[in-house]
Design a protein around this ligand. Sequence first.
Ligand SMILES: [Zn+2]
Ligand SMILES: [Zn+2]
Length: 342
Amino acid sequence: MKAMVLNEVCDLKKNRSPLQLTTLPLPTTKETDLLIKVSTCGVCHTELDEIEGRTLPSRFPMVLGHQIVGSVEETGSHTGRYKKGDRVGIAWIYSSCGHCDFCRQGNENLCDEFRATGRDANGGYAEYMTVPEDFAFRIPDVFSDSQAAPLLCAGAIGYRSLRLADIKDGQNLGLTGFGASAHLVLKMVNYQHSDVKVFVFARSEKERDFAKELGAVWAGDTGDKAPEMLDGIIDTTPAWKPVVEAMNNLRPGGRLVINAIRKEDRDKDYLLKLNYHEHLWMEKEIKSVANVARNDVSEFIDLAAQIPIIPEFEEYPLESANEALMELKERKIRGAKVLTLS
Ligand SMILES: [Zn+2]
Ligand SMILES: [Zn+2]
């Protein structure tokens, strides 16, 4: 089968073609696995983190990609939920141990044996892949394959971060950074809590305008003070300034949820501005979001079908994965980017 593989970590400033087109043997299915014929795979910022080594693949070569829609081609002998031809989605969570406390409580994203699709197991930048049956999701009919793929990562993790922000009706929510995940959070809030006011902090004027178009009551720059104090803030940036500034905008007892797989070191000095009395005292909390649990994916995808949230997307053939990744890196973003396999 055709696959675009990552053979080693590299610097995208020097190497604009990090992935190589290769022919790999068809993967073999274990008893509890499904063999999936990939139809579409979304392109995510996390792939850039993997390529540049900020979140390291557990082996090489690795097939990246964790927003996959495809059809069941073969079922293992110990499976039963799906049959050949069923359409399924696969997200960042590839597997977990299934029996630790975290797994039993539905927080398998925190399991010691959490494995990520396209990082610890081959993902969707290929014609075929396998996945444990329990980690495949049904995709509602309202979505085409290319519409569903981008929802499987940014949407699911946005859903989890909103849940962790624990915003209640009538409260104020802040979003610092306004990319794919944050704009889906804004749509979810509009639908689920119409009396929650959303305040957006973003560096780019275009993003601020977009936020207001989607219903944010206010949009300002990262360091601005919002006109009202906020009960919860979700940070989706790779930087530290938004963390410090967010704490300044929180009401007593408020919480900051950091939804980023890695923070970059570039402006780490900004943390020295953190002042206990102003930024942390009065029971303010900081919490991170790690990965996604299965409930986040399945609940979000059903919610997205209800609202509905239909993402805009640009399609690329598998062979153009490097081009799609470089455009993402250089922020030439219109809609979500998806790779299509014939
Ligand atoms: Zn576990
Ligand atoms: Zn992702």
